[in-house]
Ligand binder design. Structure first.
Ligand code: UDP
Length: 199
C-alpha cells in the first residue's frame, strides 16, 4: 500500500511511520515543523514530501493518516494566530484548511482517511470519563480554543465528507500521549510534570 502520513516527522507521526515501515509499506511522509526522526530517508520504499497541508496536495495514495497539526500548548498559547516558526501558519488554518485538503484528496483518490483528534474536543468536561457520545464543554474564547475548536471543526469536516461523499473515515481522539521523541518542553501534562521533576 502507498500510505500518506501527514505530520510523519512529528512525535506521534514518527512512531506511526516506524510501525508502518516495519511492515514494509511504501511510505509517503510529510515533514513540516517538528522534524524529528529521519532514519527512513533513503529507504527505497520511503518518500519524504516537504509540504504544507494548508496547500492542496495531489498524490496517488491508498490511504491517509492525517496527523499534521501543531499540538504543543506552549506554542498555541504563545501565539495562537501566528506560530513562532520561520514557516509560519495559523493553527486554525492547519486544522480547517489542512483537513479540508486531505479530505479533498481522500475524495479524489477514493481512499480511507484517519484524523488524529484530541481529548481537547471535550474541553473542560462535565462527565468523567468522557464517552464518545459526550459533546463536551468547550470554552470558545479561551487560550486553548484555537486548538479545541480547530479539532472540533476538523471532526465536523470528516463527518460531513463521510455523509456527503461517502468517504470512509476514522477519528482517533488521543488523550495526553507521552513518550520517546516528545519535546521535553512540549507542555502536555505528563511531560510537564516529568520535566519539572527532572529539573
Ligand atoms: N484537494 C487536494 N488534493 C486533491 C483534491 C482536492 O488538496 O487531490 C483540495 C482542494 O484544493 C480543495 C479541498 O481539497 O481545497 C477540498 O476539495 P473538494 O473537491 O472536496 O472541494 P471543492 O474543491 O469542490 O470545494
Amino acid at each position: 500500500m502507498r500510505i500518506l502520513v501527514t505530520g510523519g516527522a512529528g512525535f506521534i507521526g514518527s512512531h506511526l511511520v516506524d510501525k508502518l515501515m516495519a511492515n514494509v509499506h511504501q511510505m509517503k511522509r510529510m515533514r513540516y515543523i517538528s522534524g524529528q526522526s529521519q532514519e527512513w530517508i533513503g529507504h527505497p520504499r520511503f518518500e519524504l514530501i516537504r509540504h504544507d497541508v494548508t496547500e492542496p496536495l495531489l498524490v496517488e495514495v491508498d490511504c491517509i493518516y492525517h496527523l499534521a497539526c501543531p499540538a504543543s500548548p506552549i506554542f498555541y498559547k504563545y501565539n495562537p494566530v501566528k506560530l513562532p516558526f520561520s514557516q509560519t501558519r495559523l493553527q486554525l488554518r492547519q486544522n480547517v484548511i489542512g483537513t479540508l485538503n486531505m479530505l479533498g484528496l481522500a475524495k479524489w483518490v477514493g481512499v480511507r482517511i484517519l484524523l488524529t483528534s484530541t481529548s481537547e474536543v471535550y474541553g473542560d468536561p462535565l462527565e468523567h470519563p468522557q464517552k464518545e457520545e459526550y459533546w463536551g464543554n468547550v470554552n470558545p474564547i479561551g487560550v486553548r480554543s484555537c486548538y479545541d475548536e480547530g479539532k472540533r471543526v476538523a471532526e465536523t469536516l470528516m463527518f460531513d465528507y463521510h455523509r456527503q461523499h461517502d468517504i470512509e473515515i476514522q477519528i482517533a481522539r488521543i488523550f495526553n500521549t507521552y513518550g520517546p521523541r516528545m519535546n521535553i518542553d512540549d507542555g502536555h501534562v505528563v511531560s510537564y510534570f516529568v520535566a519539572q521533576a527532572l529539573r
